[in-house]
Design a protein around this ligand. Structure first.
Ligand code: CU
Length: 71
């Protein structure tokens, strides 16, 4: 089972910003992968069990960026 959550992220400047976000999100239990695209300002998170979107948003905030769930 793979679940997928997508977020719109504000405040990134370069690809290092995206790596910081992905590293932080990938620490969370249940997350199998995080892929951030600085150009589109989107982060796609793949999960093997449900994780509240709030937890992901908190992880992105810990990395220093602001996120909201994307459609
Ligand atoms: Cu950067």
């Amino acid at each position: 089972m793979t679940l997928r959550l997508e977020f719109a992220v504000a405040g990134m400047h370069c690809s290092s910003c995206g790596l910081l976000i992905d590293d932080e999100i990938e620490e969370l239990p249940g997350v199998t992968a995080s892929t951030t695209d600085v150009r589109t300002e989107r982060t796609v998170v793949e999960l093997d069990h449900p994780v509240p979107a709030e937890r992901i948003i908190e992880a992105i905030a810990t990395a220093g960026y602001t996120a909201v769930p994307a459609a």
